[in-house]
Ligand binder design. Sequence first.
Ligand SMILES: *Cc1c(COP(=O)(O)O)cnc(C)c1O
Length: 391
Amino acid sequence: MLDFIEKELSDIKDSGLYRSLKTIEKTDGRTVTIDEKLYLNFCSNNYLGLANHPAVVAAAKEAVEKYGTGAGASRLISGNLVLHEKLERKIAEFKKREAAIVFPTGFMANLGVVSALVDEKDTVIIDRLDHASIIDACKLSRAKLQVFPHRDMNALEKLLGKSQNFGKRLIVTDSVFSMDGDLAPLLDILMLAKNHKALVMIDEAHSTGVLGKTGRGLEEHFNCEGRTDIVMGTLSKAIGSLGGFVAGPKNLIDYLRNKSRSFIYTTALPPASCAAALAALELIEKDLSLLEKLRKNIDYYSSPATERRGSKEPGRSAPGSLSPIIPIIIGPPEKTLEISNQLFTRGILLSAIRPPTVPPGQSRLRLTICAQHTKEDIACLASSLRELIPA
Ligand SMILES: *Cc1c(COP(=O)(O)O)cnc(C)c1O
């Protein structure tokens, strides 16, 4: 019966695409301990170190004391705590929207919102490099799926022109692309959408807490706050907790509470996760030093001190890069894995990202720079990369 599983697994192994887990015994956000050995972590999405911040940890502990470890039911039954509502108000305020709704994960938020908004009579238009959860959300909705090449606005315009009779049209894009670290051309997308009467949804998973003067995301970066119809994001990356959210007009949020199956038929976000996210958002609002530290570290990685500036080598970030995600494209999966393993023997955790997460031939080390890294950490990484990846 399980022959096909054995065969599939051995095929995966033969193509260098086998995935296995590393067991982390301890972590402080900057480092991890594996097999009792300490590693610098250069592949975490905990960009501001908030998952380990004393104030965030204290808020989570207090919530556990007060409410217990689980919410006990879905939001609409008996799981709706004061904490959920406070968190939703805070998110709405942070994203400059009337209202917000939280889901147990970002993945579920995407599933819930896209499938509630469009169906087989409608069309979803996405960037080729959108996150897997957006693609699955589109499939679940059964809407007609139209894909434009990465950041190609001419192609988007053509698709919008051709799909006028395809029901409601919803454009969905990552804000910061999760495997490439580049930004969606939001102003162009908004203009095209307006001309063609389409809706726009952005996925702010990697931009919340990171982009814009005060970390509010892609709209703040482009100075167009409030213009996107639907803002989705996660509490699991820079916010250091778990959970997904959607922010928008009051009636949209009310609609999602009534229609989103991944909101209705699942247990509410645990109290500790809510309290941690709330504390993290409050910290981001009142203390810009974390974001400044993150930006300094990103700049330092691309500075002459690490001999990265202006380098033509694949994956060396351009100076002035805004996102903490820096892809170091190697190409073949086996080679990528080998470099990742060599880094590991030098005390650096930087995982290999291989197909189907990225297109074939584009296996990479997806480096993430965080606020909690020291200059020495970054210099150490840079010198190892110089040695292991010949120019
Ligand atoms: C991580 C991620 C998600 C999923 O968020 P989770 O909270 O981890 O489920 C959705 N979209 C993008 C672009 C992501 O990077």
